[in-house]
Design a binder for this molecule. Structure first.
Ligand SMILES: *Cc1c(COP(=O)(O)O)cnc(C)c1O
Length: 468
């Protein structure tokens, strides 16, 4: 069926042992030696404790943007992790550094970047920090504009870097309102505009193609935060009408200055694997540093430490992504099949919600995040209370029936702009949000919605009202 993880993890371990043996024998030291029996006790405790984890792998986990890593990624990770390679420099991870250069080249090709410099990071947040750090170096003294729905960490990273942050309003689909950006840029106070390709909240795509002129006309940097949405670029040439797809933003990414994409979101990788790519390889100069304990300054940035803010980084992350992409290449008929199925899952899920009397679609999904609310709520605080109850009830059901949702806080303008005519008795309230990031969810989208409808129903009855 799929990769037999037990068999291949054993192979990873024996291959590491063989490799170690090739260096000859050495005397073991009793320090830190643990008996098998002692280990067994702790391992049992560990297994027991881990049972309390959240089942990201299961199709009935329809909450945050996460899933289980692909078994190929896990085996690739463990095989390299046993050797504990460090991709800071070539001496620390000669084999895994090469793999990182290869996967970064693949990611750059996915966005059709004509040239690039880039690397993996421990997360999307660190990748965005690096992009904004370079933005500060190339556009000193000028601020950063991003939409009100951009990831919360942009503001934090701006504070960290001492950059002024400008929050720009969004339109009724949650995409950045470009008409509000241009006046800001014209004043000269903004040096960088962050465009989000798939917002974390509702999955909206900022108007990347329409924003390209800002770079031409005002010389601003354009940074694309595609931490969540980046791999949808694999569908950018897709003419399958069933995907209800606009390729324009994905094709425009190649015209921007930097891109962040998270292989640990849609790239089937375990945490932590983010990536940052720069269109101009010359930005590498901004990372210049020297230290007495590393071998650096080789000319071309062969040592990844020459182009990263982080120092030590797991070579295993590169090995995991490399293994995965050898099997599911960054093409429409490779990893693209996964993205197409999650997109279809989201569309099907959304259509079923539109037909539902218990649930209302908050807005049409642009990617594979679907936002919706209980129809029974007539005021913002009722919608909030019912959504919150559904979240808790769903998770606390019997494990074979539990369903895991997430909530999204939206304000009165958010409801009104999308035609949800609620009584505004509170400034904001929670709605429900589901990322359908697993292909299996395409097969059970109807059942998932039915399960969520069942969660929504009791309240309408308890209130003595018929569900609308
Ligand atoms: C998830 C996400 C981030 C943060 O990435 P982490 O890997 O969680 O640090 C940033 N931007 C967007 C759009 C995201 O969806």
């Amino acid at each position: 069926m799929t990769v037999d993880i037990v068999k291949w993890l054993a192979r990873a371990a024996s291959s590491a042992t063989e490799w170690e043996a090739s260096f000859g024998e050495y005397l073991p030291h009793p320090a830190a030696i643990i008996s098998d029996e002692e280990f067994g006790r702790v391992f049992d405790e560990l297994s027991e404790r881990l049972r309390g984890s959240t089942p990201f792998f299961h199709p009935r986990y329809v909450g945050q943007m996460t899933r289980a890593p692909h078994p190929a990624a896990v085996v690739g990770y463990v095989a390299a992790m046993l050797l504990n390679q460090n991709n800071h420099d070539l001496a620390g991870g000669p084999a895994t550094t090469e793999m990182e250069h290869e996967v970064v080249r693949d990611l750059a090709a996915m966005f059709s970047l004509p040239a690039h410099v880039g690397h993996l990071t421990s997360s999307g947040t660190i990748a965005n920090l690096e992009a904004l750090f370079i933005a500060r170096q190339t556009h000193p003294g000028r601020g950063v504009a991003f939409s009100a729905d951009a990831h919360f960490t942009h503001e934090r990273m701006c504070a960290l870097l001492g950059l002024t942050a400008y929050s720009v309003p969004t339109d009724t689909r949650g995409a950045m309102d470009l008409t509000a950006v241009e006046p800001l840029v014209r004043t000269g106070s903004v040096g960088t505009v962050v465009l989000t390709a798939g917002t974390t909240g509702v999955g909206a795509i900022d108007p990347i193609a329409d924003a390209l002129f800002l770079k031409e006309r005002y010389g601003v940097r354009l940074h694309v935060d595609a931490a969540y949405g980046g791999f949808f670029a694999l569908l950018s040439d897709d003419d399958d009408k069933a995907l209800e797809w606009d390729p324009a933003p994905w094709r425009a990414i190649r015209g921007c200055d930097s891109i962040v994409v998270d292989p640990h979101k849609h790239g089937l990788q375990p945490y932590g694997c983010g990536a940052v790519l720069f269109a101009d390889p010359a930005v590498a100069r901004h990372y210049r540093h020297d230290s007495p304990y590393t071998r650096m300054f080789s000319g071309a940035p062969a040592h990844l430490g020459e182009i990263t803010l982080e120092c030590s980084r797991a070579g295993a992350s590169a090995a995991a992504l490399w293994t995965t992409l050898r099997l599911l290449p960054l093409r429409r008929d490779g990893l693209g099949t996964v993205l197409a199925s999650t997109r279809r899952a989201a569309l099907r899920f959304a259509r079923r919600i539109e037909e539902s009397s218990e649930l209302s679609l908050y807005q049409q999904p642009a990617l594979d995040v679907v936002t919706y609310l209980p129809s029974a709520g007539r005021t913002v605080s009722e919608v909030d209370a019912v959504s919150g109850r559904m979240l808790t009830d769903g998770m606390s059901a019997d494990p074979t029936d539990a369903i895991f949702l997430s909530t999204l806080r939206v304000d009165a303008a958010g409801f009104g702009g999308r035609g949800h005519l609620l009584d505004i008795d509170a400034p904001s309230g929670r709605i429900l949000r589901s990322a359908l990031m697993k292909p299996e969810q395409e097969l059970c989208a109807d059942d998932l919605v039915a399960r969520i409808e069942a969660l929504a129903a009791p309240v309408a009855r308890a209130d003595g009202r018929e569900p609308r």
